[in-house]
Design a protein around this ligand. Structure first.
Ligand SMILES: *[C@@H]1O[C@H](CO)[C@@H](O)[C@H](O)[C@H]1NC(C)=O
Ligand SMILES: *[C@@H]1O[C@H](CO)[C@@H](O)[C@H](O)[C@H]1NC(C)=O
Ligand SMILES: *[C@@H]1O[C@H](CO)[C@@H](O)[C@H](O)[C@H]1NC(C)=O
Length: 372
């Protein structure tokens, strides 16, 4: 559930000044030591009146929920300008008051409310540097308060660090593959690989099925280097720990041992190093040029690895243990065989994910030049 905090007085004071304040003040004494609590209770009591904008005695105000606003403009003078017209806001009646600070001397109340869910429908004309994932431009919109992607200036001397912060912010979206507004990409965590088939003849054959990898989203970015003249970014990260599990079928020779088995397996990988090169290009569409990423180039270096293959040699416990020991004496022999498949799948997903994050955005929106 998304939450936003707004300063309610702005809205109430503007539209509902008199009719709203009157009933509230009639029930609370200004000398009440719990004035704040009293007002909160009073607001609860008149919630329905506020929603319907019917205050009895024929006193009416514009409806509060849904609320209709012909035109509103938000301009912070720092690269953000949003004009909304024909706006319907639903859900405002569900407000929960968090705090009321009466300032009787100043004849005002500071009210902080939380709206658990609010839908805004209308027409927009948007120009901003804090970018809603795909709400750039002009047209109809339906906003369910989607996650925001903050934007880094291409002139920022610490562009790499700015990008690292942005990536950290959208980490939950990357993990669950939900980019808001119904847009999805493959989940990064858990990461699923349906099947891997490797056949290098009698000395190595393996099949993996229903493989899931937990832990990729806990990546730690070590360095992001931008190379804008070549339209690319070089990223290095480590994944402190991930846990792989699934079904396997294996025939493999290690030294003099012929290992075979079929069943469940798991694998713990610690301190995996990932290096990525991600290059973008501009795709013209109409009078716009959208930013798109080419397939990500990826290098993976596994460090510590520990396999558990259940049911080796048909399940004989002593042989199973010997087989696992032989594999774990040099886990990279087996790991190197499955690595290309993991890499290929990961590369495909990372490319898709990168493009999902920037979908519908132009280069200057994502990497604006600094205003002078
Ligand atoms: C505003 O919304 C109303 C109701 O949805 C619609 O009838 C009207 O045409 C809209 N006006 C504009 C300018 O889009
Ligand atoms: C893999 O998962 C699918 C769906 O969960 C299931 O139908 C299938 O039997 C599984 N395959 C194996 C080999 O366990
Ligand atoms: C990994 O597999 C081994 C052998 O089947 C099992 O004993 C162990 O509990 C598994 N590890 C986890 C974390 O599931």
């Amino acid at each position: 559930m998304k939450q936003i905090v707004i300063h309610f007085l702005v809205v109430l004071g503007f539209h509902y000044g008199k009719s709203y304040v009157a009933p509230v003040l009639s029930v609370c004494s200004r000398n009440d030591p719990n004035l704040e609590k009293c007002i909160m209770n009073a607001v609860e009591k008149i919630r329905q009146n506020v929603i319907d904008a019917n205050y009895g005695d024929g006193r009416k105000a514009p409806r509060f929920d849904p609320m209709y606003i012909d035109r509103m403009e938000i301009n912070n003078g720092a690269g953000f300008r949003l004009v909304l017209t024909n706006v319907t806001i639903k859900g405002t009646g569900g407000f929960i008051n968090k705090k009321i600070r009466p300032d009787l001397a100043g004849k005002k109340f500071d009210i902080v409310s939380v709206l658990p869910k609010m839908t805004i429908i209308g027409k927009y004309d948007l120009n901003m540097q804090i970018l809603l994932l795909n709400a750039v431009g002009k047209g109809d919109f339906r906003l369910q308060l989607t996650p925001v992607l903050e934007v880094c200036s291409r002139d920022d001397p610490n562009l790499g660090e700015c990008i690292m912060k942005v990536v950290d912010k959208i980490r939950p979206n990357i993990a669950n593959g939900d980019y808001g507004g119904g847009r999805t990409a493959p989940k990064l965590d858990p990461f699923a690989i349906d099947k891997v088939d490797i056949d290098h003849g009698p000395s190595f054959r393996a099949k993996l099925r229903n493989v899931t990898i937990d832990g990729f989203s806990k990546f730690v970015l070590k360095k992001v280097r931008s190379d804008l003249p070549n339209q690319r970014f070089l990223i290095s990260a480590t994944v402190p720990s991930c846990f792989v599990k699934g079904k396997y079928e294996l025939n493999m020779n290690i030294l003099l041992l012929k290992i075979n088995g079929k069943g469940d397996f798991n694998l713990t990988l610690d301190n995996t190093q990932v290096n990525m090169m991600i290059q973008y290009y501009l795709e013209p569409k109409g009078d716009k040029k959208f930013l798109k990423f080419r397939p990500v180039e990826l290098k993976i270096k596994f460090d510590k690895a520990r396999f558990y293959l259940k049911n080796l040699f048909g399940g004989d416990p002593a042989l199973e243990e010997i087989g696992n020991q032989a594999i774990n004496a040099n886990p990279h022999l087996l790991l190197d065989e499955v690595k290309p498949a993991i890499k290929e799948k990961l590369k495909e997903s990372l490319t898709f994910i990168s493009n999902s994050v920037v979908e519908g955005a132009e280069e200057d929106e994502l990497l604006p030049r600094k205003k002078t």
